[in-house]
Design a protein around this ligand. Structure first.
Ligand code: NDP
Length: 452
C-alpha cells in the first residue's frame, strides 16, 4: 500500500508515515459526502453559522498545538503559526456573521410579480491545497463553502498530511455531521479520477501554475468550474518620496514573511534611483536583525524553508540570475533547508529572479529612474496577484490604479489578505476570488426565480 512520510525540514527527521487511501475507500468517502449533502443543504443557515462559530472557538483553543504541527511539518515559525490560526478563527467569525446576508435571496424588479436570485449550494467541492499556509488556505475556502450548504473534500499537499488530518477532525469536533468535510489522503495522480467523478461538482486549487494548468485541463474536460489561486511575482514600488522611517519594516517583511514562501510576497522591488542606496542599506539592516532559529522557538522570525529541495530551487534561481549579471548584495548562504535572507541587485528581465516566482527569502532589487518605468515593470510579468507601492504622493498612486493589472493594489501597505476583501489574481496567477461576499458566491448556483 502506498504511503506518504512527513518530514521535519529543520531536523530532517521523519515525523510520521500515512497510508494513502485505496480507490474503494475513496469511493466510499465520496458517497458518504454525497449522502450528507442531501441533508446538509437543507440545514438552516442559523445552524450552519453556529457550527462555524464553534470551529472558530476550537481554533483559538488549539492554536498552540496547530502552530506546533505546522512548525514541525513545514518549518513555520511558531509565532507566525499562531497568527495563522487566529486568522482562521477570524475568517470563520466573519462568515458566521455575514453569510446570512450574503446568501439571502436578492430581489430584482422586472415584469414579473416577483423575481429574485436564490443562492443554492452546488454539492461536493474538491479543494487541492498547498503547504505554505496549511490551515489558512483551507479555512478561507472551507468557511464560506460549507456555510453556503456545500460539502467538501480536501486533497492537501502531502508534506502537511498531519495538518490535513487535523482539519477534518476540527470540523467533526465542532459538530459538523460526518461527511461534510473530509480529508482525502491521496496521491495527486488520483486527482483526475476524483475530478471526473460525477459527485464532484467543482474544484478549487491553491498552488503552483503547473498544478493549476493540470487541474484546469481535467476540470475543463469534465465541464466543471474551477477557482485557481496560483503563484505571484508581486512588484513592490518604492518611489523617491517613500517614507522609509515608517515603512521599511513592512517593506522588508512583505518579502520575508513565512521564510519568503508566500504567494503574495513582494518579490521584485522597483526602487527609484534617489532613494536606492538608502533603501538597500536599510533593507539590509532590517534583515540582519532578524532572529534566526528553530521553528518552535518563540523568538525565531526566520527558521528554514519547507524542504531542502525548495531551498535548492531558490539557490538555483539565484545562481542562474547571477550568471546573467545580477549582483549579490547580502546573504545567500544555504544549509540544508535554511536559506539566509538575501538581497540581489542589478536584476533584469530575462533573469529567473525577474521572470519567475521565487518562493524563498530572496529580494530581487531593480533600480528605476522614473515612475512610469516602475509602473510599466510592475505589470511586466506573466503573473498578476498583487502590487504595492510606497510613496507620499497617494493622490498620484490613486490616479494610476488602472495601470496595475493585478488582482490587488496596496498603497503604503504590503499586499495581504483580509476576510472582508476579495482575494485573487489575474493572468497566470489564476481566476476567481476567495474571501468577502465574492468568495462565498464562487460555489453557489445563482438561480433565477421568476413568478409571473
Ligand atoms: P503545488 O502546486 O506543488 O502543490 C499544491 C497542491 O497541488 C498540492 O496538494 C499538490 O499535491 C497538488 N499538485 C501538485 N501537482 C499537481 C498535479 N500535477 N496535478 C494535481 N495536483 C497537483 O504548490 P506548492 O504546494 O508547492 O505551493 C506553492 C505554490 O502555491 C506557489 O506557486 C505559490 O505561489 C502558490 N500559492 C498561491 C496562493 C494564492 O492564494 N494565489 C497562496 C499560496 C501559495 P502534492 O503535494 O501531493 O504534490
Amino acid at each position: 500500500m502506498k504511503t506518504i512520510k512527513t518530514k521535519n525540514p529543520y531536523t530532517q527527521k521523519t515525523i510520521k508515515e500515512y497510508q494513502l487511501i485505496t480507490d474503494d475507500a475513496l469511493n466510499d468517502k465520496l458517497k458518504q459526502g454525497e449522502a450528507q449533502f442531501q441533508h446538509w443543504k437543507s440545514v438552516s443557515i442559523k445552524k450552519r453559522t453556529k457550527l462555524l462559530t464553534r470551529v472558530a472557538e476550537l481554533l483559538i483553543e488549539r492554536k498552540e498545538s496547530y502552530a506546533k504541527l505546522m512548525a514541525e511539518e513545514m518549518g513555520k515559525p511558531i509565532t507566525q503559526g499562531i497568527a495563522e490560526i487566529e486568522k482562521c478563527a477570524w475568517v470563520c467569525d466573519f462568515y458566521a456573521k455575514n453569510a446570512g446576508d450574503f446568501l439571502a435571496d436578492q430581489l430584482i424588479e422586472t415584469d414579473a410579480s416577483e423575481s429574485f436570485i436564490s443562492y443554492d449550494p452546488l454539492g461536493m467541492i474538491l479543494a487541492v491545497m498547498p503547504w505554505n499556509y496549511p490551515f489558512w488556505q483551507v479555512m478561507r475556502f472551507a468557511a464560506p463553502t460549507l456555510t453556503a450548504g456545500n460539502v467538501a473534500v480536501l486533497k492537501h499537499a502531502s508534506s502537511v498530511a498531519g495538518c490535513a488530518v487535523e482539519l477534518q477532525k476540527l470540523f467533526e469536533d465542532a459538530g459538523y455531521p460526518k461527511g461534510c468535510f473530509q480529508t482525502l489522503l491521496v496521491d495527486h495522480n488520483q486527482i483526475e479520477d476524483i475530478i471526473s467523478n460525477p459527485i464532484i461538482k467543482a474544484v478549487t486549487l491553491t498552488g503552483s501554475e503547473v498544478a493549476g494548468r493540470k487541474i484546469a485541463e481535467i476540470a475543463g474536460k469534465n465541464l466543471k468550474k474551477t477557482v485557481l489561486e496560483l503563484g505571484g511575482n508581486n512588484a513592490c514600488i518604492v518611489l523617491n518620496d517613500a517614507n522609509l522611517d515608517e515603512h521599511i519594516e513592512t517593506i522588508t517583511w512583505a518579502r520575508m514573511q513565512n521564510n519568503g514562501q508566500s504567494c503574495i510576497a513582494a518579490k521584485r522591488f522597483l526602487v527609484q534611483s534617489e532613494i536606492y542606496d538608502e533603501f538597500l542599506e536599510r533593507f539590509k539592516s532590517e534583515i540582519e536583525n532578524y532572529n534566526v532559529g528553530n521553528p518552535t522557538s518563540e523568538d525565531a522570525k526566520i527558521t528554514c524553508m519547507a524542504s531542502e529541495s525548495l531551498a535548492e530551487e531558490v539557490e538555483e534561481q539565484v545562481k542562474k540570475s547571477m550568471a546573467k549579471g545580477a549582483t549579490l548584495f547580502y546573504g545567500n548562504e544555504r544549509q540544508t533547508a535554511y536559506y539566509q535572507p538575501t538581497i540581489i541587485t542589478d536584476v533584469k528581465k530575462g533573469m529567473p529572479l525577474f521572470d519567475e516566482e521565487v518562493f524563498g527569502p530572496v529580494a530581487a532589487i531593480i533600480k528605476v529612474e522614473t515612475k512610469d518605468e516602475a509602473y510599466q515593470l510592475s505589470s511586466d510579468s506573466k503573473l498578476g496577484l498583487g502590487a504595492m507601492i510606497f510613496t507620499e504622493d497617494v493622490e498620484d498612486a490613486k490616479h494610476r490604479i488602472s495601470e496595475i493589472e493585478d488582482g490587488a493594489f496596496f498603497i503604503n501597505e504590503m499586499v495581504k489578505s483580509d476576510p472582508r476583501l476579495p482575494f485573487g489574481g489575474t493572468k497566470a496567477s489564476g481566476y476567481g476570488r476567495e474571501l468577502s461576499k465574492e468568495g462565498i458566491m464562487e460555489f453557489v448556483n445563482k438561480k433565477t426565480v421568476y413568478l409571473k
